[in-house]
Write a protein that binds this ligand. Sequence first.
Ligand SMILES: Nc1nc2c(c(=O)[nH]1)N[C@H]1C(S)=C(S)[C@@H](COP(=O)(O)OP(=O)(O)OC[C@H]3O[C@@H](n4cnc5c(N)ncnc54)[C@H](O)[C@@H]3O)O[C@H]1N2
Ligand code: MOO
Length: 475
Amino acid sequence: MTARGTRQGLDAEDLDVEEALALVKDGNGTGRPAGGHSPAAREDSGHGTPSAPSLSSSDRTPGSGHRGDAAEHRHRATSWPEARTIAARAARSGAARLAPVSVTLGDALGLVLAAPLTALTDLPSFDTSAMDGWAVAGPGPWHVRDEGVLAGSATPAPLADGEAVRIATGARIPPDTTAVLRSEHGRTDDNGRLHPTREMQHGQDIRPRGQECRSGDQLLRAGAVVTPAVLGLAAAAGYDTLAAVPRPRVEVLVLGDELLTEGRPHDGLIRDALGPMLPPWLRALGAEVVSVRRLGDDAKALHKAITASGADLIVTTGGTASGPVDHVHPILGRLDAELLVDGVQVRPGHPMLLARLKEDQHLVGLPGNPLAAVSGLLTLAEPLLRTLAARPAPEPYALPLRQAAHGHPYDTRLIPVVLRGDHAVPLHYNGPAMLRGIAAADALAVVPPGGARAGQETELLDLPWATAGIDACFT
Ligand SMILES: Nc1nc2c(c(=O)[nH]1)N[C@H]1C(S)=C(S)[C@@H](COP(=O)(O)OP(=O)(O)OC[C@H]3O[C@@H](n4cnc5c(N)ncnc54)[C@H](O)[C@@H]3O)O[C@H]1N2
Ligand code: MOO
């Protein structure tokens, strides 16, 4: 590690917990192309502060003989915005579209309506009292009937002029009622006659039948997201089931012989971070995760799992690069898959890929480094799943950065940030193998090639739970 790298490590450890998780103390200025650092210094760049561009190993060593590979990769790699567009477009092709299903209200939350929500009844479906009090006929004083009218009761007898009846909010209005007098606005005299204590308007506090809608009115358009409020409206309007776009079915295949599913890392083995992280994140992106399988680095098992899968989307983790046990590319080749995206000009995560396996089945290959996998998830899986689920694209938004963020010379960088006031504050620990930054983040900042100055408006990708809360997005 360079002196700079060591210094940054100490800086980070010297911060108190809040600061260490939150704020970048940077000013390093190492956003320069390869050549100025030893590879060891560049690897994770001192606790992953945004000080150095995450150049791939072949980029790092000019004249090492790998230069051609890097240039070739960059040539093939898709720009970050284009990769997202391609992923969304892949889901739009006719065969990929998911046929609408009929789901009970209990299962519809978060889905998108496949048909307009049309009222099956007038709302309210009968003239109803808006208040507790008396239904009255004509101007007061009134003679009050003995029996009152409660919500849910059958049609009450008509009122004669000068007559009143006790009525509850939501109860049917007796025929010939002219107004409802609120209980706090009526006084009964010694003879038991009811007097108004305020001036009254004709029809006051009566909700007439059809005030909100008539049977057949369109309440919501196809494409509306089913929120809790939509469930309430649908029930009120007479629905038991809804026609909705189903959640895309996703199968996760976790690759890597080095992965442990419990205990502490030991003997060169590490914990699988993606198995626990991806399923709930995919659900928050609208997917139904049908299975999570750990396949090790077994090419045959991977081939079999892909060919046997009936999922709309297969997500693999690891094995995207060109190491001896990186099987994803060779197997996609054997399967004659169409590589729609083969590498993206983004850091971390540039080896990510998107392939069409069948007309209605895609595969997103996430790199194994955990933050690189997050990058792939948001770059390729998010637009694909969102489009398959017919969800609306989030409105793009930007905030100024509190501190400068060093960019990669050619590629987009995604950097975890917290939102403080009207600024985005870049976080430490944003190296490709690190989750410490993203675990404390509210969003990812999209830093353009060349970096962003302090105060520069920077596009943000929200993390679903940061805005909606943890329960709202994992239904
Ligand atoms: N010669 C090159 N080597 C590498 C390049 C390159 O361009 N040329 N790119 C590097 C980058 S950038 C990334 S990212 C990785 C992508 O690697 P793979 O997708 O093939 O992933 P693996 O090699 O299987 O794993 C990489 C790294 O991540 C760890 N890992 C894998 N799965 C998990 C998991 N489920 N939970 C936690 N950690 C995981 C794995 O142990 C490795 O440390 O390639 C670079 N190499
Ligand atoms: O930096 Mo790699 O791009 O870790 O994914």
